[in-house]
Design a protein around this ligand. Structure first.
Ligand code: GDP
Ligand code: IMO
Ligand code: MG
Length: 428
């Protein structure tokens, strides 16, 4: 089972970091293929807690080669900060390789992210402010800076000049900000070149060779299906393809090499930032999920919006990504609820939708049609087999599995590395 894609099923923060960490000892490479330091993955190893943003979570497993592939946008300052922080805690980061084709996030991308959000006012997306959207916009506009440009000062200068030409007009005349100097950007980027040189390579070739040699490669998605720029709740999305297709374009590995697609799905739903969210709760149930699940952003610290499980979203995710297995996380958070509602379909102005409405306005108006399941009160954090779970928890899992379009192969029952019930081997 050499090439495995692992992605988020909802609006992010499903526990992808923990799931990656779980598979870590059995994989040789972990590849980040989309997004940048907008991601926030919390991994708990014993008493140690790690918060990763730009680096793939697999970096925590000794022996794994972490890859930042071409689909990622890299803030180099953040990269070195994270590497230094991990090294000082004894994590070996020497194997990291970065694609020569990955794009770079610069100061002007971060500035533009913040000023455009402010300009949008009530229509703002609620981005993480890390410069992600503007960096991808430059990539698509063909004025981006790539990692390889840092090794050719002439080319770098020309490209930064080209990128800043229009942006400085915008910053000065529209946004009332100071213009950004070409030299300050070029000097800043060049200051990292020597440290980057040994890490930057043709990662697509490296991954092909690894797969040919029979190594196991895990592609770790950032963000999630509903935040995908093509398939998510546009425009309230991130600017990359967070779905399994993104693993292909974002790494240079062909689709027919992918053997398995694992989607990580929470036993309820959360979202950070603006945009439609049919099962969102505004009452004490939402507070319960937020407090018990500790639903505060790993990247920005913002309280996450919380709601019940949405089965049409899980089915959508299963279709769009070709999901073979779900990892259901945070089942333990639901302990103590008398009944647990699950959204089985939507009502849009009196019409029933069993699947996600294609029209975004309909999705904004969608009210969930719920089916209620009995809750349980037993502590499940010590469960390690499906039979260890109380009957009501088993029934909840089986019910949502039947609605979600793929089997639930593992169930998270706590934040720790070992707090998991495995029903089917994820790599077999
Ligand atoms: P990611 O962005 O998908 O990697 O997820 P985050 O790390 O942002 O958010 C998931 C949070 O849930 C982290 O704090 C994890 O430690 C925690 N977590 C993961 N799985 C479980 C679980 O099964 N139960 C509980 N209680 N917490 C979990
Ligand atoms: P992980 O990998 C949750 C959200 C932001 C905002 C929108 C666009 O931890 O699951 P961006 O800065 O990407 O342009 O913001 O996407 N967002 C996330 N929400 N988890 C994430 O990553 C996210 N990355 C971006 O809140 O609504
Ligand atoms: Mg997260």
């Amino acid at each position: 089972m050499p090439a495995i894609v692992l992605i988020g099923a909802q609006w992010g923060d499903e526990g992808k970091g923990k799931a990656t960490d779980l598979l870590g000892p059995r994989v040789d490479y972990v590849v980040k293929f989309n997004g940048g330091n907008n991601a926030g993955h919390t991994v708990v190893v014993g008493d140690e807690k790690y918060a990763l943003h730009l680096l793939p979570s697999g970096i925590l497993t000794p022996g794994v080669t972490p890859i930042i592939a071409n689909g990622v946008v890299v803030d180099i300052e953040v990269l070195f900060d994270e590497l230094t922080a991990l090294s000082s805690r004894g994590v070996d980061v020497s194997k990291l390789r970065i694609s020569a084709n990955a794009h770079v996030i610069t100061q002007y991308h971060r500035t533009l992210d913040k000023v455009t959000e402010r300009f949008l006012g009530k229509r703002q997306i609620g981005t993480t402010g890390r410069g992600i959207g503007p960096a991808y916009a430059d990539k698509i506009n063909r004025v981006g800076i790539r990692m390889q440009d840092l090794f050719d000062e002439n080319i770098l200068r020309q490209k930064v000049e080209g990128a800043l030409d229009q942006k400085n007009h915008l910053l000065l005349k529209i946004y009332n900000r100071r213009a950004i100097g070409v030299d300050e950007i070029v000097d800043d980027l060049l200051s990292y070149a020597d440290r980057l040189r040994p890490m930057v390579t043709d990662t697509a070739l490296l991954l092909h060779q690894a797969l040919d040699a029979g190594d196991t490669v895990l592609f770790e998605g950032g963000q999630a299906t509903m935040l995908d720029v093509d398939h998510g709740t546009y425009p309230f999305v991130t600017s990359s393809n967070a779905t399994s297709g993104g693993a292909v374009t974002g790494s240079g590995i062909a689709p027919n090499r992918i053997d398995r697609v694992i989607a990580v799905v929470k036993a309820y739903t959360t979202r950070v930032g603006a945009g439609p969210f049919p099962t969102e709760l505004f009452d004490e149930s939402g507070e319960f999920l937020r407090a018990k699940g500790f639903e505060f952003g790993t990247t920005t610290g913002r309280p996450r919006r919380c709601g019940w499980y949405d089965a049409p979203i899980a089915r959508f995710t299963a279709r769009i990504n070709g999901v073979t297995d779900f990892v259901l996380t945070k089942l333990d958070v639901l302990t103590g609820l008398e009944t647990i509602p699950v959204c089985v379909a939507y009502d849009v102005d009196g019409e029933r939708f069993d699947e996600l409405p294609v029209n975004q306005s309909d999705f904004h108006h969608a009210t969930p049609i719920y089916e209620e399941f009995p809750g349980w009160s037993e502590d499940i954090t010590g469960a390690r087999t499906f039979d260890d779970l109380p009957k009501a928890a088993q029934d909840y899992v089986l019910a949502i599995e039947a609605m979600s379009g793929a089997r639930i192969s593992a169930i998270g029952v706590g934040p720790g590395r070992d707090a998991i019930v495995v029903r089917h081997d994820l790599l077999d």
